[in-house]
Design a protein around this ligand. Structure first.
Ligand SMILES: [Cu+2]
Length: 315
């Protein structure tokens, strides 16, 4: 009597294992279009512009990690607040949150803040292709560096209306050496006390303070040439490109208080074209300098961002 029972029991277990395996393989094929991210938000030491400060980072990164998905995909971010003394939320800028208003990440509007030590699951569909970003939406946490890119590609099987060979994602932001508390108290004081111009403008979290990337090119520059090896947290973001290729530049301004104009100067590039032989142009591997200069009114406040850029030259 014992043997047939144990045989049928064994058979049942094998069936269960088989069913479990089938279910697992089905589940795996269904995960296409789902993006799971586990994030921890915390303050950390960082030098966004060459001066050490504290920034809000995600998983030890500043700016936060880029989310990349396709239109129609589901994004799931499991966020844990490791800030110790303040709540946090993340807003997904530009995402419509159809059917998921509770995932919009606006403190005291669509959700209560995530308290220190708590975890919250943001789950939503990215329904339209485009360039988006996310940022802290509690107090002035965006100004403290809580942001990152959210890129949505066209849906599987669909095509972009234009062709390009490569892509650069640029997050532009303003950076102050004084804390966000300082900024906030000034803004809410009566009369209001303006924090002043930012100490640096950052491209993908990188800027330079107190030195110039192009001082050597200008005899009258009051700033010294930046001494950068390339490994610094504040080393300029370099766009590595190849000649005769077309690049898409996605730009998102995550500034807290400043309004920016972005210009990609190609004058030096054209200068190279005029003075060098075409063959030499192709040898320029790392490409000539293209300047993106962001000037403010006051003489002693000059913000410079230098990008190595080789645009597509139409001959
Ligand atoms: Cu926003």
């Amino acid at each position: 009597m014992v043997e047939p029972f144990s045989r049928s029991f064994k058979g049942l277990i094998i069936w269960c294992i088989l069913l479990y395996m089938i279910q697992c393989s089905l589940a795996t094929s269904n995960t296409t279009g789902r993006h799971f991210h586990k994030w921890e938000v915390a303050y950390m030491y960082w030098s966004p512009d060459g001066v050490e400060n504290v920034v809000m980072g995600i998983n030890g990164q500043f700016p936060g990690p880029t989310i990349r998905a396709r239109a129609g995909d589901i994004v799931h971010v499991q966020l844990t607040n490791k800030l110790h003394t303040e709540g946090v939320v993340i807003h997904w800028h530009g995402i419509r949150q159809k059917g998921t208003p509770w995932a919009d990440g606006t403190a005291s509007i669509s959700q209560c803040v995530i308290n220190p030590g708590e975890t919250f699951d943001y789950r939503f569909t990215v329904d339209r292709a485009g360039t988006y970003f996310y940022h802290g939406h509690y107090g002035m946490q965006r100004s403290a560096g809580l942001y990152g890119a959210l890129i949505v590609d066209v849906a599987e099987g669909e095509k972009e209306p234009f062709h390009y060979d490569g892509e650069f994602d640029l997050l532009l932001s303003d950076w102050w050496h004084q804390s966000v508390h300082h900024q906030e108290v000034g803004l809410s004081s009566k009369p209001m006390r303006w924090i002043g111009e930012p100490q640096a403008l950052l491209v993908n979290g990188r800027g330079q303070y107190g030195c110039s990337m192009v001082a050597a090119h200008y005899g009258n520059s009051s700033l010294s040439q930046c001494n950068i090896t390339g490994n610094e947290q504040w080393a300029p973001y370099i766009l590595h490109v190849d000649p005769n290729k077309t690049y898409r530049i996605r730009i998102a301004s995550t500034t807290a208080l400043a309004s920016l104009n972005l210009a990609i100067g190609v004058s030096l590039l054209l200068w190279q074209q005029n003075f060098d032989s075409p063959s030499h142009l192709h040898e320029l591997g790392l490409a000539p300098l293209a300047l993106c200069l962001l000037h403010h009114g006051k003489e002693n406040l000059r913000f410079e961002t230098v990008m190595l850029l080789f645009c597509h030259i139409i001959s």
